[in-house]
Each structure stands twice: as C-alpha cells, then as structure tokens.
Design a protein around this ligand. Structure first.
Ligand SMILES: [Zn+2]
Length: 454
C-alpha cells in the first residue's frame, strides 16, 4: 500500500473501507467515483478537526446582551451541519448568563462561522441548490444536486431555500426602490469604455404565467396572470465571417413584476438609471403596441429615449385594416397592404395616412370597415414619431422588437411554464427574483459566503 493511503487509513480506520473500495474497482470511471467518496470523507475529517480546535480554543467569554454580566462557560456541546462535503459534526464551547436572562445559550464560534442558531444547512449547499432551481424544477434540482455532490437534499428543502433567499432579494429591491422614491439616485453600473458608447436599448413585454386560483389550495382552474418584463441592454453590432452585420445585446439586464404598470414602471426606472439612462449618448425604447407600456414611455422615458414601435406590429395592424376595408376581395387587400407596408418601411408615413384618409372618404363604406380604418389611422397617427423606420434603419436602430420579446419570454417561459406547473403568488415571486438576480449577475450577493472577521 502507498504511503499516503496508509497514513489516511491509520488516522481513521473507518476510511480503510473506502480505500479498499477504490482498490477493488476495475474501470477508471468507477475508480474515480470511489476516490471522490474518499476525498469527501477525508474533507469532512479535516473540517471537523479544524472546527473542534476552534470550538475549544480559549475565548474572552463575552458579556450578556441583556444584563451585561460576563458569560460563563456551559461546557462543550455538539453541533451538526449539512455541508457540501456531507454531514459535519463538531463540539464547541457554549456560554450562558449566570443571571438567568432569557437569551439562552450562545456559541461564540458559531457566530464567527456565520451560522445562525437554528441553521442546519451550510450556506454553500443552499447556494448551489438555488442555482440549480433557477433553471430546473425543484425535483430535478434535488436529483442533479445529488449527482453533482453526492449529498441528498429533498426538493422540499430546496423549495424552502428558494423562498428564503428570494425573500432576501425582494427586500433588497424594495429598499432600493424606497431610496429612489426619496429622489436619491442609485449608482450607475461600471461599464467598459467600449460598452459605454453603445446605445442603451430598453424594451418591455407582457408574458402570461399559470397560477393557482386560490392561495394554499391545489383545486380549481388555472388562472393566467400577466408578468411584465423589461429588458435593458447595450446594442452592439458584430460582423460575421461572411461580412454580415448582426446586432447583439451586451450588458443585458432584466426586470420583472407580477403586478401593475406602476410597480413595473418603478422597477424599470430604477434599472434604467443603474444602466446609464442619464449618461448614455443614445437611448432607444422598443416596444409593440401594448398601451400601458407606451403610456409608461410617455410619462417617464420620452425625455431621454427615441421610441420605436415594432415594425411587424405596425404592419399587422395595416393588414387588419386593409382586410376589413376590402373584405372578400383578397387580392386587392393584399396589394394595398403590400404597398402600404413598403411605404411604411421607407418612412413615407404621410402617404400611408393619406391613403387611409382617401379610403375613409369612399362612398358606401360599411360602418365596421369605417371603424377599423379610423382605428388604424389613429394608431399610426399617435405613433407618428415612433414609425420613422427609414430614419431608424439609417441610424442603425432595430425596428423589430423580437430581440426584446425573446429576452422577456425566456425569463418566464423557460422555468415557470413547464407541464402541470401552477404557482402561488409568493412561490412565483421568490423564484422570479432569484432568476432575476442570476441573469443580472447579482446572484452571489444573496449568499454572503464571506463572513467578515470580527
Ligand atoms: Zn444576563
């Protein structure tokens, strides 16, 4: 037997079994898996040694938080924790107040380790499990977790940690929103000088998600509720190998809320300022026809941003108008639509509007067609500044909001709309905020693994 294996076995005879297991394997794959088990077991032993040592080291005793009297030692007591290596057990000194104050016993070394009195799972376990749960259902997260670490955790535990950390994320956001409400501006994210000069793109979209009809019950029909999602990104352009220019998004940030347009507006505004709305050379607002989002644009963003109405959405409305007007004469409707669409694309908005006006003057126009043509006219007229597509194209701006919609849809679709999934409002919100933290690069902030030394 090699020197190292011997030493390991001598230090703890229980490890001999694991070393024997390694030796008995044939294939390299099985050999590595067996060695991995040994590695973890050795890791646990080393950690336990360190923790026992710390738990017994002399301390200054500390004073009672309530009466100020010096705490007296109540001896060594056991502590147990589920960690990424497995269950770790150690003993550490606990102290209590002689005066019998209500605060119970304290373990100074627990505090130094960043542990709460009732904590049973170490934070790195929650961190990894929550990261998995950001992407896959809780049951699958539990299976993957065991595959990756060899540690068994239940899907229910993972669900609980998501609730706990999601709550932390929501509280952090709420306090940022409260500060902004006092008109104290948040700091802008630091960007590279190359990114700083790129246009800031802001877009919003609504995505439906399935909910339980009544809190705490699995009964009843699914209720679909809208989640408002916003995306902020710097719009870059790269050249492909074939020399084609294609747009790409960098510094992508998402905001989302299960709530009304006011709640959404506050979050989007906060993120916009963090993303450099006030210092960016060019800001573009890109959206389809959703009324609420354009109202939000008018109220908060119009001063800073160029608004672009999604071209395909505008074209769709042209088609609806032409169909109702030229009902039954499909070829004529088609021709009119193709012409109008081309004009719109080339920025000849006035001509398109004049065409609609002329159609409205036609004698014998049925009332239904009159109404839909009027709607079309008003719609294009209202968005006159937002449909100057020729100009937008020339300045390199996107005219389709697909880039916005796919980012928004991904956030919700990928995780919340699996087969048979239905959410409670709290459960949804907690996971949503963990996902947002992940995509926005703030996930690790929710798991303060670095305890400052005291
Ligand atoms: Zn006391």
């Amino acid at each position: 037997m090699s020197c190292l294996s011997e030493t390991i076995a001598q230090s703890d005879p229980a490890l001999q079994v694991l070393i024997d297991k390694i030796k008995a394997t044939a294939s390299l794959g099985m050999l590595i898996l067996a060695a991995w088990q040994l590695g973890r077991a050795v890791g646990v032993k080393v950690v336990e040694e360190v923790l026992n040592e710390r738990g017994q080291a002399p301390d200054d005793g500390g004073v009672c938080g309530q009466c100020g009297r010096k705490l007296e030692s109540k001896g060594q007591k056991p502590r147990e924790m589920v960690t990424l290596l497995g269950v770790v057990k150690w003993r550490r000194r606990v102290r209590g107040c002689r005066g019998g104050c209500g605060q119970g016993q304290v373990a100074p070394t627990d505090e130094a380790l960043g542990l709460h009195p009732s904590q049973r799972t170490s934070l790195e376990v929650k961190w990894l499990a929550c990261a998995l749960a950001v992407f896959v259902p809780f049951e699958i997260a539990a299976v993957l977790f065991e595959l990756l670490t060899g540690i068994k955790v239940s899907s229910k535990s993972i669900w609980g940690w998501v609730q706990e950390r999601g709550q932390v994320a929501m509280e952090q956001l709420n306090s940022q929103l409260a500060v902004l409400e006092q008109e104290v501006l948040p700091a802008e994210d630091v960007l590279t000088s190359a990114t700083q000069v790129l246009p800031l793109l802001i877009g919003a979209d609504g995505v439906m998600a399935p909910f339980r009809p009544t809190a705490g019950s699995r009964q009843g029909k699914t209720v679909w509720r809208e989640v408002k999602v916003g995306v902020l990104a710097r719009l870059g352009e790269r050249i492909t190998r074939t020399g084609k220019r294609v747009p790409y998004l960098s510094q992508r940030r998402l905001v989302a809320v299960l709530g009304d347009i006011e709640a959404f507006g506050a979050r989007l505004w906060l993120a916009s300022i963090q993303q450099g709305l006030l210092s960016s050379p060019h800001v573009v607002w890109l959206s389809d026809g959703g009324q609420g989002f354009w109202r939000l644009f008018d109220e908060r963003f119009a001063t800073y941003a160029t608004g672009v109405l999604d071209f395909y959405h505008a074209a769709q409305n042209l088609w609806k108008g032409s169909k109702s007007w030229l009902d039954g004469r499909t070829q004529r409707a088609r021709n009119w639509f193709v012409k109008a669409r081309r004009r719109l694309r080339r920025g000849k908005t006035n001509k398109v509007l004049a065409d609609i006006e002329a159609a409205l003057d036609l004698e014998g126009l049925p009332p239904g067609a009159h109404q839909s043509l009027t709607n079309l006219y008003n719609y294009l007229d209202k968005h006159r500044d937002h449909i100057d597509y020729a100009k937008f194209k020339k300045s390199g701006l996107p005219i389709g909001s697909g880039i916005v919609e796919s980012a928004c849809k991904w956030l919700i679709q990928q995780r919340f709309k699996g087969v048979g999934m239905r959410w409670s409002e709290d459960g949804f919100n907690h996971l949503l905020h963990l996902r947002l933290a992940w995509v926005n690069g703030r996930f690790d902030d929710l798991f303060p693994l670095n305890v400052p030394p005291n």
